[in-house]
Design a protein around this ligand. Structure first.
Ligand SMILES: *[C@@H]1O[C@H](CO)[C@@H](O)[C@H](O)[C@H]1NC(C)=O
Ligand SMILES: *[C@@H]1O[C@H](CO)[C@@H](O)[C@H](O)[C@H]1NC(C)=O
Ligand SMILES: *[C@@H]1O[C@H](CO)[C@@H](O)[C@H](O)[C@H]1NC(C)=O
Ligand SMILES: *[C@@H]1O[C@H](CO)[C@@H](O)[C@H](O)[C@H]1NC(C)=O
Ligand SMILES: *[C@@H]1O[C@H](CO)[C@@H](O)[C@H](O)[C@H]1NC(C)=O
Ligand SMILES: *[C@@H]1O[C@H](CO)[C@@H](O)[C@H](O)[C@H]1NC(C)=O
Ligand SMILES: *[C@@H]1O[C@H](CO)[C@@H](O)[C@H](O)[C@H]1NC(C)=O
Ligand SMILES: *[C@@H]1O[C@H](CO)[C@@H](O)[C@H](O)[C@H]1NC(C)=O
Ligand SMILES: *[C@@H]1O[C@H](CO)[C@@H](O)[C@H](O)[C@H]1NC(C)=O
Ligand SMILES: *[C@@H]1O[C@H](CO)[C@@H](O)[C@H](O)[C@H]1NC(C)=O
Length: 677
């Protein structure tokens, strides 16, 4: 169930201005944490909130995704330490791949992306496992064995596009879900400068704050950490001492790591004064077993002449830091890169050097594995065009990248894949998708498309000129729509010389190339040449005179039969209404479908006049807002009213005040919607 269903939206239109204000306020608050986007998944409503624990503003996720259903966690699975974001989640029972699309990203800059999963037994089914994709590449597997474990996954990456797409992929081991999604721009800091680049990202294994367990088992993050990295406290074994500094730990100028002072202020040392040993399990299914480890140190003791603190750092038995000497009250760092090899865990050993009088000390450590993102996303212009179509036609099955990976390619497209270039859309088949309106110009942005099938829809209007200039196009199927106008010379030429297979059968109002057709076009006055306008105005004037004469005549006739007209109308049967829905209603000047008329007249809400001849409604053309009078014969008007709930469509036999004046003004734009005027 989506956050806010279409019908719920409709019912709440009066709330729109309020909701808008809510968003505005949210935007301003979000700006207070520059470069942060914090999404609370599965949250109902439109308003954001300020998380009291962190002061970070979280927004609902409906804006970033159009699939999945919302759930709440039972209170029995939450305690005082459960973050507010864990209370709701969005789950994805349908579709193999469901994606959040986060735009407004600066391409080429560095970001931290983090996701939180708190199951809380919302569907009674654990274990559950699914894959997480960043764009078209696998990020990591999320494997939740118990309802109360809440894994967090994090990646440091360079934005390949001006958006991120974070996808949950069903691997057949339960329903994917997500509780929170956080994006932080960290480029400004130049942190992890050399280790994260266009091709390599870092996936977090652990970011540990040492020596803080005794004080409070809490996570240090924003605002202590400007980039909202989460430092989790590591439980010290009994053979360690937890120590802390009452004096602040400084950073040297240009210290890119910016480890929070609160993290640096605690540390561990071994009680036996010789060796600190611990290990971290490596991520199961680590994608590439090359790791990056950053260790952070600061000495809390002002060393006397006779004292020294020096130690060697080993990872899995290999010497990675020799004779490390932390500075007094100053952050000192050690970068370690290596391959994990066949090891299944990271074994750390900090051993005093032989001359050292003081034991090793460790304040914090970060462990990452590298992840290469080998696959490239589909061509940006193609993606932009497809995303517009997705929005326009509410294609909720279109998730993530249109072409890649091949397994999750959108079923309506096919793609050209090459080793050196990003994938391109080579065909689009939207046949029988009940699409209406004019043929969208955004299709022209698909510059590598060869085959475009728009057949068996309800497209109206003329065939746009851009289609003829899409040179890659070799098949265009427009058959069985409601297109009008005539086939242009350019399209005709391309069909004639064989460069385009053009299908246009089944468009009753479409004129062949070269033929003179007298169908009056849909109103587009600005584009008409002057003589055409004159002709239309004359026709319109004649029509309006006729209309007035008729209405006067009919009004008189009506007066004679008031009783009959007040008799209740026989209600239209539901089947009749249904049958009308899709049928074009009129034939005189242009064929309008019932849906179009409903749109033009805003659901037949304002009646200008009414009589035996039918009903005249006030309307506006969606294309340019031109005011029009819409006349609908009695039979159809009855149907229109039957579907209108509004009380404003009360019937009245006489024309309303000002209606005649309006009709005189609107004389050139009357849409006549019956055949027996
Ligand atoms: C969130 O609330 C805290 C205190 O409750 C306040 O200090 C902080 O400025 C607020 N943050 C925003 C972005 O409004
Ligand atoms: C999830 O983890 C459990 C326990 O470690 C393991 O047995 C299971 O195979 C994993 N599931 C998947 C799909 O990787
Ligand atoms: C360690 O990494 C930081 C951040 O990437 C970098 O600024 C620093 O130069 C590196 N230090 C060494 C010794 O490689
Ligand atoms: C990214 O960094 C890795 C590891 O430092 C290096 O091997 C690779 O060549 C770099 N790639 C680019 C595009 O700079
Ligand atoms: C610092 O150490 C003292 C004693 O060594 C302890 O009582 C205190 O709780 C510690 N503070 C923190 C913040 O770890
Ligand atoms: C460790 O060193 C401290 C002083 O630096 C000393 O008091 C303590 O006895 C030593 N512990 C062991 C086990 O050697
Ligand atoms: C580090 O010290 C521990 C304990 O003294 C010892 O078992 C281990 O072998 C040492 N590691 C190395 C690489 O020397
Ligand atoms: C488009 O899909 C329809 C089925 O939905 C199929 O009949 C038609 O052949 C397809 N068009 C092309 C060009 O393949
Ligand atoms: C549209 O025309 C093409 C080319 O003739 C054809 O392959 C395709 O099947 C047609 N689409 C449908 C839905 O019939
Ligand atoms: C067919 O006609 C079009 C438009 O005149 C032209 O651009 C195209 O090159 C021609 N193709 C062939 C194969 O002659």
């Amino acid at each position: 169930m989506p956050c806010l269903s279409a019908s719920a939206r409709r019912r709440h239109t009066k709330m729109r201005s309020l909701i808008f204000l809510g968003f505005l306020a949210a935007a301003i608050q979000v700006n207070a944490q520059q470069g942060f986007l914090s999404i609370d998944c599965g949250m109902e409503g439109d308003s954001s909130y300020n998380d009291t624990a962190t002061g970070i503003v979280y927004v609902p996720d409906a804006k970033y995704i159009d699939s999945g259903s919302n759930h709440k966690i039972s209170k029995t699975y939450m305690d005082a330490t459960t973050p507010a974001q864990a209370e709701t989640l969005r789950s994805f029972p349908d579709g193999d791949r469901n994606c959040y699309t986060i735009d407004g990203i600066n391409q080429g800059e560095k970001y931290l992306i983090r996701a939180l999963f708190f199951h809380g037994n919302y569907d009674g089914v654990t274990p559950v496992a699914f894959d997480l994709h960043l764009g078209v590449n696998t990020w990591q597997r999320v494997n939740i064995t118990e309802p109360t474990v809440s894994p967090r996954v994090e990646i440091l990456t360079v934005a390949q596009q001006d958006y991120f797409s974070v996808c949950l992929v069903n691997i057949g081991s339960g329903t994917p879900f997500i509780s929170a999604l956080e994006v932080r721009r960290i480029d400004v800091a130049d942190v992890y400068k050399d280790d994260v680049n266009q091709s390599d990202s870092l996936v977090l294994v652990g970011r540990l704050n040492m020596g803080a367990a005794a004080a409070a088992k809490k996570i240090i993050r924003y605002p202590d950490d400007a980039y909202d990295r989460k430092w989790e406290s590591f439980s010290s074994p009994p053979q360690w001492s937890e120590i802390n500094s009452s004096q602040p730990i400084q950073r040297s100028p240009g210290d890119a790591f910016q480890v929070p002072a609160a993290v640096m202020a605690t540390a561990v040392t071994p009680k036996d004064n010789t060796s600190l040993q611990f290990y971290l399990p490596s991520e199961a299914g680590a994608i590439r077993p090359v790791y990056y480890i950053y260790m952070h140190f600061a000495d809390f003791d002002p060393l006397s002449q006779t004292e020294t603190r020096r130690f060697d750092v080993y990872v899995n038995g290999q010497l990675k830091g020799s004779s490390v000497k932390p500075e007094y009250l100053l952050s000192t760092h050690l970068n370690i890169t290596s391959e994990l090899g066949t090891a299944i865990r990271y074994d750390f050993s900090l051993n005093s050097t032989s001359g050292s009088t003081l034991p090793p000390i460790l304040n914090a450590v970060e462990v990452h594995t590298t992840l290469t993102l080998p696959d490239t996303a589909t061509d940006k212009d193609d993606v932009d065009a497809m995303m517009k179509l997705k929005d326009m036609y509410k294609m909720t099955t279109w998730q993530g990248d249109p072409c890649s990976p091949e397994k999750y390619r959108w079923s309506e497209v096919s793609c050209t894949i090459s080793a050196s270039e990003p994938p391109r859309i080579s065909s689009l088949n939207l046949s029988s998708h009940r699409l209406s309106g004019s043929i969208p110009t955004v299709l022209g942005k698909l510059t590598a498309i060869k085959s475009l099938d728009l057949s068996y829809n309800e497209f109206t209007g003329s065939i746009p000129n851009f289609l003829a200039s899409m040179l890659s196009l070799s098949m265009l199927n427009l058959s069985h729509n409601q297109l009008s106008g005539s086939i242009s010379a350019a399209l005709h030429d391309r069909k004639q010389n064989g460069s385009l297979d053009l299908e246009t059968d089944g468009n009753p109002r479409l004129c062949p190339y070269g033929a003179t057709c007298n169908f009056v076009e849909e109103k587009k006055s600005k584009k008409f040449a002057t003589p055409v306008i004159v002709v239309i105005v004359i026709i319109g004037a004649v029509l309006v005179v006729l209309l007035i004469v008729l209405s006067v005549y009919l009004a008189k006739r009506r007066q004679q039969s008031t009783r009959r007209s007040q008799a209740p109308k026989s209600p239209l049967k539901l089947d009749e209404l249904k049958a009308m829905e899709d049928k074009p209603v009129g034939v005189d000047s242009h064929q309008f479908t019932y849906e179009e008329l409903k749109n033009i007249t805003n659901n037949f809400v304002r009646v200008l006049g009414k009589g035996g001849f039918g009903t005249v409604y006030y309307g506006r053309l969606p294309a340019d807002g031109t005011e029009v009078a819409v006349k609908i014969s009695s039979r159809y008007a009855a149907a229109a009213e039957a579907t209108t709930w509004s009380s404003t469509s009360q019937t009245s036999d006489s024309m309303m005040d000002g209606t005649k004046e309006f009709l005189a003004e609107a004389c050139h734009s009357i849409l006549v919607c019956d055949g027996d005027f």
